[in-house]
Design a protein around this ligand. Structure first.
Ligand code: AHR
Length: 499
């Protein structure tokens, strides 16, 4: 099989938005406790923040982190997590059926975010709570001083306001599993009035309204339309969430997961633009794809009481394989390809729970297979995303019908002359002879070519063998004249850097 890519530096989609390399820290399982926060761990600092995890977070290239949930936030009282630790209440967390000690909260997260050099994206509870609590949280977090709640923050040892700019108005309010689940009209009104109130305090906030928890939700489409009919002028983003997993042995469908994500994005854009048209608005609503990943959710759901009312249990500590890493690489390709409208994205989650980084209590931290395509894409996708054309064979999948075997995106930084091409071969059995004409880029030569592939698609990194799955140098890539050629093994992710 052979496949060709047509690229031209003049055909630009949009700049690479650094916020597309976001992540997510939820009070779920061991993401916070035993993940980013483990007082007493040999690498932890005086704030109890794990140094080995922080180092890996920086290496991953994460730019923004959503916090504190997720389903967790819909029953969360932010006040529980501030002030002297010994005075903080222990609570039941109904979302994950665990015990929440509240030893880690807003101010600890902001300290961690500063050390990790990431922008915070804060979620508010619009499940069990409402507009007043949202206003209170904003006052505590962002007001300089001289009011009850801002002075309380100062009393808690945080003299400077946090200046948090981006806020999520609730989480997955379309899902019946969500505490305080609402109809689209109920949520649309609440989101609109909360946004209006928050903007009375701070007009420049960036606000995210909840979209659908997945494209397969029965309310998908009408949910977005109704929510935006109420809130269009008051919010900046509509969220989207998507998780994928291998079903049985249907590797071909799993490798084509990004076809579903691509369609999801196009459908949300169409719906948002339709509402904009009916309102005769010149404003554009962007997508915050603030939860996405490969997640073996069916394994978690098969356990009726996952947390069993314990503190920070092991939840969804999926051990990711080569195959999962190829899919994650292709989901990132899709997000980047839509950079004109997907301007924020958060891989869910960051450490231990559904995550690229794993850590053990008192033990080491290591990179899972999915760490690698994320880190390489975050580091090398620079400048502008290019609008490319793919000419490749197709294959028929059970879940997504006929799909191209190649999934690709390219970025070009005109200032440095650096071109990066990311490509996935979705074919589970056949290699693809790949080529692309680089005429538009002058005398570009290959500076690096990296391949993530393996004879064993189910190989994974473990504590004992943390580097079993790592990217290696592409064995077969060349540039002859102005043509880049490479053989892409079955089920593989590749990155070519040229200058
Ligand atoms: O990331 C895990 C969970 O997935 C989040 O809490 C929720 O928003 C989604 O359903």
């Amino acid at each position: 099989q052979s496949g060709t890519l047509s690229i031209d530096p003049a055909f630009v989609v949009a700049p690479v938005n650094r916020r597309v390399f976001g992540s997510f820290v939820e009070h779920m399982g061991r993401c916070v406790y035993g993940g980013i926060f483990e007082p007493g761990h040999p690498t932890s600092d005086d704030d109890g923040l794990r140094g080995d995890v922080l180092e890996l977070v920086r290496e991953l290239g994460v730019t923004a982190v959503r916090y504190p949930g997720g389903n967790f936030v819909s029953g969360y009282r932010w006040e529980d997590g501030v002030g002297p630790v010994q005075d903080r209440p222990t609570r039941l967390d109904p979302a994950w059926r665990t015990i929440e000690s509240n030893a880690f909260g807003l101010n600890e997260f902001m300290t961690w975010a500063r050390k990790a050099d990431v922008e915070p994206i804060m979620a508010m509870n619009l499940g069990t709570r409402g507009m007043q609590e949202a206003l209170d949280l904003l006052e505590y977090a962002n007001h300089p001083h001289g009011t009850a709640l801002s002075d309380l923050r100062v009393e808690h040892g945080v003299a400077e306001p946090h200046g948090i700019r981006m806020w999520c108005l609730g989480n997955e309010m379309d899902g019946p599993w969500q505490l305080g689940h609402k109809t689209a009209a109920e949520y649309g009104r609440l989101a609109a009035e909360t946004a209006r109130a928050l903007r009375q305090r701070e007009p420049d906030l960036e606000l995210v309204a909840c979209g659908s928890s997945g494209r397969s939700m029965p309310t998908f489409g009408t949910w977005e339309a109704t929510v935006l009919e109420h809130s269009y002028d008051l919010v900046d983003y509509i969220s989207a969430h998507a998780y994928y997993e291998l079903a049985g042995d249907d590797v071909a469908s799993f490798l084509a997961s990004s076809v579903n994500m691509d369609r999801f994005i196009r459908d949300v854009v169409a719906t948002a633009d339709h509402v904009g048209a009916t309102l005769n608005s010149s404003k554009t609503i962007d997508i915050a794809f603030d939860e996405w990943n490969v997640w073996y959710q069916s394994a978690l759901q098969s356990d009726e009481t996952p947390g069993d009312w314990t503190v920070a249990p092991r939840l969804s500590e999926d051990a990711y394989t080569v195959l999962d890493a190829v899919v994650v690489g292709s989901l990132l390709i899709t997000l980047l390809r839509h950079s004109d409208r997907v301007t924020v994205a958060c891989q869910a989650q960051l450490v231990n729970t559904i995550s690229p980084i794993r850590s053990e209590p008192d033990g080491p931290a290591w990179r899972q297979s999915i760490f690698h395509p994320f880190a390489l894409t975050a580091r090398h996708a620079q400048g502008q995303v290019l609008d490319l054309r793919v000419d490749a064979p197709t294959l028929v999948t059970a879940q997504h019908g006929e799909v191209s075997v190649l999934d690709s995106v390219a970025t070009y930084d005109a200032d440095t002359g650096r071109l990066a091409v990311f490509v996935v071969n979705r074919n589970p059995t056949d290699a693809v002879d790949f080529s692309t004409d680089l005429r538009g880029f002058g005398e570009a030569s290959l500076t690096e070519a990296v391949l993530l592939a393996d004879d064993d698609l189910f190989a994974a990194n473990t504590q004992e063998d943390p580097d079993r799955v790592v990217p290696r140098s592409h064995p077969s890539s060349t540039v002859a004249g102005t043509t880049l050629r490479a053989q892409l093994p079955p089920a593989s992710w590749s990155m070519f850097l040229l200058q």
